[in-house]
Design a protein around this ligand. Structure first.
Ligand code: UD1
Ligand code: MG
Length: 459
């Protein structure tokens, strides 16, 4: 890949940025519409990321941040850890964005800054329930989100540099989530959950989980980043799944925000605006990365991106109080985790890489396999034979009936076992269609069928 932008690209990016700046200047005149400002920031973030990925490729290679594409005939090395570029641009964008949702509110609430003639009623200041303007206290959550995301990026880059061992890197996101959980503790401290109707006679309407709630939030922060990192290995799949999840969360947010003339505004409005403010720039930087990472990849995203993306979702879900809905959008990742469990927990040997095998003769991907020197534990072997019969795994046995080889336990390989060898981009598109379908079904369940177990949909 040449490190230069073509003339068309330069002009497109420049015009996009110029248009964004113009709109941004305009928002100053009105009420400082933060949602529009957020969209504008996403556009600018896209342009910057796009250009920086292109310019920094060679520098990354020289610094040793590079990888070999294992599913191609030509085995050159391409830059890795490009997620770090995304993450840095993203962090800058959401930091510079702070004055837009918060400025007026801080000034008005403290009646300083020469704005004394603007009188805000006390209850407005406390609840902040007016569209687009955030109460001051939300700033604490917002800043804690930034610190947590910064921590995950730092640790992610460390992982890409030093290739940390699996059993250690599993816990990286848990460390990064500490700032957010600490602020959650001093800020909300809400640890109660709503009990489904059928269980209410026994547990009451609300149940206080106490410290278990913090364990639950830490678990979410560990699951989201790692689950994206293990549903990886073919061009474009890490970024695309993240973009699909982000778009679906944004769609869910819009369901709450686009309810015109609702007075008083929906109580969850703030949470969903908060979520959009963090997601829109994420979608911006991810699209720029997607363009370079889609088949045939010109750059790799690195573990930094997987952790960063997963953490954005965890932060948004936890601070926006919709972590259960979030999990409904992670169905393929949950399935992949459950299916991977035998290898993750070493019941079955796990090779360093489980990405599909490239067949240079056909140009297609085939399921990759793990070979076993020693006989497997009986019950595990029996289950694997059963899965083989159900066409959910492919194994080879020797003359004594011992399992000597099996396809690797990821849904990427499972897709190939079920549908046969295919080209890398078709495989990625199939998995993305699956991700989208599961996510839409999840949202449908959330808003339509939840009424069976809860007394009301909170929409
Ligand atoms: C995780 C997976 C591993 C998978 C790897 C691929 C587990 C436990 N670990 O490990 O099985 O092989 O992700 O990302 O499930 N690569 C490609 N094409 C791509 C993307 C990556 O060939 O489209 C290769 C490149 O050589 C790249 C390397 O994968 O350098 C990156 O692997 P890394 O992210 O370090 O692997 P892990 O996250 O540790
Ligand atoms: Mg990885």
């Amino acid at each position: 890949m040449s490190g230069r932008l073509s003339r068309t690209e330069t002009w497109t990016l420049l015009s996009l940025s110029a248009a964004c700046f113009a709109v941004l200047v305009n928002t100053f005149q009105g009420d400082g519409e933060p949602l529009i400002a957020s969209l504008v920031f996403s556009g600018i973030a896209f342009s910057f990321t796009y250009a920086l990925i292109r310019w920094l490729g060679d520098t990354f290679i020289r610094a040793g941040l590079k990888g070999r594409d294992m599913c191609k005939t030509r085995n050159g090395e391409i830059p890795e850890t490009m997620g770090a570029v995304c993450a840095v641009v993203y962090l800058l964008a959401i930091i510079i964005f702070i004055p837009f949702p918060f400025y007026k509110d801080i000034v008005a609430a403290t009646s300083g800054g020469g704005n004394r003639d603007l009188v805000l009623e006390v209850e407005h200041v406390e609840t902040g329930r007016f569209l687009h303007r955030f109460p001051h206290s939300k700033l604490a959550s917002y800043l804690s989100a930034i610190i947590t995301l910064q921590a995950i990026v730092l640790l992610g880059i460390g992982d890409d540099l030093f290739d940390i061992r699996w059993r250690h890197k599993l816990f990286i996101p848990a460390f990064a989530s500490i700032p957010m959980l600490t602020v959650y503790f001093v800020d909300f401290g809400v640890t109660r959950i709503v009990i489904p109707t059928p269980l209410r006679p026994y547990l009451g309407e609300l149940f206080d989980l106490g410290w278990l709630y913090y364990a639950y939030m830490a678990a979410i922060s560990m699951f989201c980043p790692n689950s994206i990192n293990i549903l990886a290995g073919i061009n474009g799949i890490e970024v695309s799944q993240s973009i699909v999840i982000a778009l679906l969360i944004a769609l869910n947010d819009c369901l709450y925000i686009l309810q015109p003339n609702q007075t008083p505004p929906h109580p969850a409005l703030d949470s969903h605006l908060f979520s959009l403010y963090l997601l829109l720039p994420f979608i911006g930087v991810s699209l720029a990365l997607w363009y370079h990472n889609w088949y045939p990849a010109k750059v790799f995203v690195g573990d930094t991106y997987c952790y960063f993306a997963g953490m954005v979702f965890a932060v948004v879900g936890i601070l926006g109080h919709f972590s259960k809905t979030l999990l409904l959008l992670f169905i393929p990742q949950i399935l992949n985790f459950l299916y991977s469990a035998p290898q993750l927990f070493h019941l079955v040997p796990c090779p360093r890489h489980r990405l599909p095998r490239f067949n240079a003769r056909t140009g297609l991907l085939e399921p990759s396999v793990a070979e076993f020197q020693r006989p497997l534990w009986r019950p595990v072997a029996t289950v694997m034979k059963l899965l083989h019969k159900l066409r959910l795994l492919r194994i080879k046995t020797d003359e004594k009936g011992e399992v000597v080889e099996s396809t690797n336990f990821t849904i990427i390989n499972l897709w190939l076992v079920m549908f046969g060898p295919m080209r890398e981009d078709r495989l990625a598109m199939g998995l993305l269609a699956f991700q989208t379908a599961c996510g839409l079904a999840g949202l449908f369940v959330r808003h339509k069928l939840a009424l069976w177990v809860f007394t009301q949909d909170n929409l």
